[in-house]
Structure formats: C-alpha cells, structure tokens
Design a protein around this ligand. Structure first.
Ligand code: ADP
Length: 202
C-alpha cells in the first residue's frame, strides 16, 4: 500500500473503529480478531507503551512508572504517539483503535486529526462486562503474563480511573449515534460474532 494514508478516495471503503471497555473486558482479544476480519490494523496504545517499556526506549522510560501504577499517561504523550501512528500507510484501509481515546482531551485530539483529513469514525464498540467477572479475568492474566500493571491494588485503581475518565466517553460518542454496545461475557468466538453482527446492523 502507498503512503497516502489519509487519501480521501480510499476513505469511502475504509473502516474506522474504536473499541472501549473497562480493563479486563477483553478489548485486546477482540481487537486482534476484528482487525483480521476487517483487514485493518489494531492499534493498542497500551501495547505500544508496554513494548516501549520492555525495549527500554526513551518513551518507555518516560511512561513506565505511570503505566505500572495504573494511572493514565499524560494526554500530550499519548496524543503524539497516536498522531504519528495514524500517518503510517497501513491505516489507509482504516484502523481499530484499542485503548484510545481514553479522556475527553484525547477525543478532541482524535476529532481534530480526523477532521483535518476529512475522515469519519464508523462506529465505537462498547464492550460491556460485569466488574466481578473482569477482576477474575485480570487476576488470571496477571498470573499468566506477569503484567506489572495487573496487581490487585493497581487493578482496583485502573477500574476507578476507567470509571472516572473513560466511561464518560460512551455518552460523548453516544450523542453522535456511534456507539454499538455488545455484551463481552461468553466465549471469545461468540463475542466476536456478536460484535460483527452488531456492526452490520449499525
Ligand atoms: P487494558 O486493555 O487492560 O484496559 P491497556 O493495555 O489498554 O489496558 O493500557 C494499559 C495502560 O497503558 C493504562 O493503564 C495506561 O497507563 C496506559 N495507557 C494506554 N492507553 C492510554 C491512553 N489512551 N491514555 C493514557 N494512558 C494510556
């Protein structure tokens, strides 16, 4: 694919999605599958931060303590990261953003980026999950993957930060008629099917 990622000719067939849900709702798992189904890149800010931390890059050093505490990285840092990522040529087909935007400031930045390129979001997938179920899942993942931001105390903090800063985005996108709410409980395949048919109905 050529470098004209923001080419308006391509925008008519491209698919641009966001996936929003509480930590542990299964966004990452579903994002990878949806990316494959729609032929678009899944862009996870959390994954980008974690791989930079693992590789010991400047960005990684800057955000490590914040990510491991379960707080949000400053909007200026995250916005710049996404701005750069969305200029890469693979986004000509569209994208699925997982974990961005997470604050109203990030919504404003994404709006600005898309408007500047004459592009629009197609839908915002809201992956719903019961808090108890989510905490059980995250504890299991912490044991499997040893994620430093998955300790009990940090988990609770991450749920609080989500409720306070990110849950309100559902109303913002809801008022634009973009939200597609899907129950995130059940087998992984089942949830993927639910999302795909909910998007088709949207
Ligand atoms: P999960 O999918 O478990 O909710 P992520 O992997 O998306 O978590 O994110 C892990 C951490 O990375 C967050 O707790 C936060 O510190 C940081 N992070 C990821 N995305 C953002 C964002 N859009 N804004 C600020 N911080 C972010």
């Amino acid at each position: 694919m050529s470098g004209d990622s923001m080419n308006s000719e391509k925008s008519s067939t491209a698919t641009r999605l966001l996936i929003i849900g509480a930590p542990g709702a299964g966004k990452g798992t579903q994002a990878a599958r949806l990316a494959e189904i729609f032929g678009i890149p899944a862009i996870s800010t959390g994954d980008i931060f974690r791989s930079n931390i693992a590789a010991g890059t400047e960005l990684g050093k800057k955000v490590q303590a914040i990510v491991e505490s379960g707080s949000y990285v400053p909007d200026s840092v995250t916005n710049e990261l996404v701005r750069d990522r969305l200029t890469e040529s693979d986004t000509a087909a569209g994208f699925l953003l997982d974990g961005y935007p997470r604050t109203t400031d990030q919504v404003a930045e994404l709006d600005k980026l898309l408007t500047a390129s004459g592009l629009k979001l197609d839908a915002v997938i809201q992956l719903e999950a019961d808090v108890d179920e989510v905490v059980t899942r995250l504890r299991a993942r912490a044991l499997e993957q040893g994620r430093a931001d998955d300790t009990e105390e940090v988990l609770r903090h991450r749920q609080d930060v989500y409720a306070e800063q990110t849950a309100p985005l559902i109303d913002v996108y809801g008022s634009r008629g973009l939200v597609v709410a899907v129950d995130g409980l059940g087998a992984v395949d089942e949830v993927t099917e639910r999302i795909v048919s909910a998007l088709a109905a949207h």
